[in-house]
Design a protein around this ligand. Structure first.
Ligand code: HEM
Ligand code: HEM
Length: 468
């Protein structure tokens, strides 16, 4: 604990656990990538692709993503409110409960309990655990903000509040279900209504989990890393409110060409296109904040992570709207193109910002400078190369797959059978698996660097590290 009374011990514990779950997510990602190439790696019944895939997505989004948001939010909220966390006891309880939920999720998914709703696979007893967890977290953050000693609310606090409210509403509405046994429930909605609610949840999970929290972190740590303030506070607030307003209408872009009413699909399409503006509001704010500071891209590894992260966010929010356009959706939907899109966001945007956020706070919570900057740079290049190879190989695979599916003979028959299109994917899947190994190597370098930092002798911090 510092003289200020800020509590960093709790932040430290969250960092450790989120990195552990992140490593599990990446390891399982690599395993399922290899399973597609070598089906014999599927070990019946627990370690099959069908059971490991949701384990991968849950460990990635909830274990690594949300776990590190907890850590970094608990750090940032104290600094921005100029007061200690409202309740450290509650935060500690939340940590135990978080880990218990993640373990219960892993076990039940491997046992085959699954609601079949993507990103909401956990059965109803676990839904209750998630709700308790979220209420505890929300109370702590909201009370810290209510009792803050700093009047001005910096943009990161707005994004945190949006995450808290957004996730609560989405999760509870989509979780409405009727339990029929301890681990089986049926959705309270039926048919197209069910699909609509599910993808309203699904895409807003992208907004409230994979967009708002990394933006909160980006807005806080980019100025801390460069040493110059964010370009425009007003622009950040305008982008915030328009982003929140627009995201809520876009869920049905996952249901283009389905029996969902046409007008709902059109609404989602139009709002998806409009979303480019608030998304790029933050991208430009980030770039403009670098005015006169671009040399730091060479000298400062933190800036490299943040600027590449926001660049992937920018590309992601151009690619996403294009996928909502009917003609393009008809081409790429159900193909490998979509995992390419997903991983530019998760391995690029979200994870780059999280890696950098952890590097920023590590000296502060451990009282030591980061062990090796060359290793941090090596980490940067490995995850960048791994991610690029992953996404580009999947985009090419998706285009080839879609072209083969759409190819017709002059007599109107399909040129290729489904199995013929599948056989063409093997080289791409192999490349993707190798890219996963490169990314995993980057993550291991990151962990080694952090362990060595924690074990190095305590030293007085540089002014830059003090200022975070
Ligand atoms: C302007 C912003 C965005 C728009 C309009 C958008 C649009 C879309 C569309 C239309 C799809 C469906 C593709 C299909 O299956 O045919 C999709 C999938 C997806 N997007 Fe985005 N996207 C955006 C940003 C992001 C960001 C920032 C992330 C963060 C990682 C992300 C993560 C995902 C994920 C995880 C899926 C896969 C969902 C599934 O399981 O089917 N998107 N996106
Ligand atoms: C080495 C790194 C990674 C590898 C090798 C990997 C591999 C994979 C594979 C093979 C799939 C299944 C694709 C399919 O069904 O066609 C997948 C899906 C997914 N992964 Fe990863 N992954 C990695 C990192 C991550 C991370 C860090 C996250 C989240 C923070 C993540 C989130 C997801 C999501 C949301 C999906 C579902 C995509 C969809 O439904 O279209 N992945 N991943």
């Amino acid at each position: 604990m510092e003289k200020t009374g800020y509590n960093y011990d709790i932040v430290k514990s969250y960092v450790h656990w989120s990195i552990l779950w992140g490593t599990v997510a990446v390891l399982v990602g690599v395993l399922i990538a290899f399973q597609l190439v070598y089906p014999s790696l599927n070990l019946e019944p627990y370690l099959t692709y069908g059971r490991l895939r949701p384990l991968h997505t849950n460990a990635g989004i909830f274990g690594w993503g949300i776990g590190s948001f907890f850590a970094l939010f608990f750090y940032i909220v104290q600094r921005l409110c100029r007061r200690p966390l409202w309740s450290v006891g509650l935060a500690r309880f939340q940590l135990y409960f978080f880990n218990a939920t993640i373990i219960a999720a892993a076990v039940t998914l491997l046992l085959g309990f699954n609601t079949s709703k993507e990103y909401h696979e956990l059965e109803w007893p676990l839904d209750i655990m998630v709700v308790i967890l979220w209420v505890v977290f929300s109370i702590n953050i909201i009370m810290t903000i209510v009792k803050r000693k700093e009047e001005h609310m910096y943009i990161s606090l707005w994004y945190m509040l949006a995450t808290i409210v957004g996730v609560a509403v989405l999760y509870i509405v989509n979780a409405a279900e009727i339990p029929v046994s301890l681990f089986k429930s049926y959705s309270a909605y039926a048919g197209t209504n069910d699909a609509n609610v599910q993808w309203w949840f699904g895409h807003n999970a992208v907004a409230m989990v994979l967009t708002a929290p990394p933006l909160a972190i980006f807005y806080y740590f980019l100025p801390k890393s460069t040493g110059v303030p964010i370009y425009s506070h007003r622009m950040s607030i305008i982008a915030f409110w328009s982003l929140i307003f627009m995201y809520l209408w876009t869920g049905a872009h996952h249901l283009i060409w389905t029996p969902v009413p046409d007008w709902i699909q059109t609404l989602a399409l139009v709002f998806s296109l409009m979303l480019i503006a608030p998304s790029w509001g933050s991208v430009f704010n980030g770039y403009l904040s670098m005015g006169g500071q671009w040399h730091q891209m060479r000298e400062n590894y933190l800036v490299k992570f943040f600027i590449l992260g926001i660049t992937f966010y920018g590309l992601q929010t151009l690619q996403g709207p294009s996928q909502a356009v009917r003609t393009f959706s008809a081409f790429i939907h159900f193909t490998e193109w979509v995992p390419g899109h997903v991983h530019m966001g998760t391995m690029g945007w979200v994870s780059m910002v999280l890696f950098a956020g952890v590097y920023c706070i590590f000296p502060k919570i451990y009282g030591r400078e980061v062990y090796s900057i060359p290793l941090a740079n090596l980490h940067f290049w490995l995850v960048l190369i791994g991610q690029l190879i992953y996404s580009v190989s999947m985009w090419i695979a998706g285009i080839q797959q879609a072209s083969m599916w759409h190819s017709m003979n002059p007599d109107g028959n399909l040129t290729y059978t489904f199995v013929e299109t599948l056989a063409q994917l093997y080289p791409y899947w192999t490349i993707r698996a190798v890219s996963g190994v490169i990314y995993l190597a980057g993550v291991l370098v990151f962990i080694y660097n952090l362990i060595m930092t924690a074990r190095s002798p305590e030293a007085s911090l540089s002014a830059a590290a003090q200022n975070v």
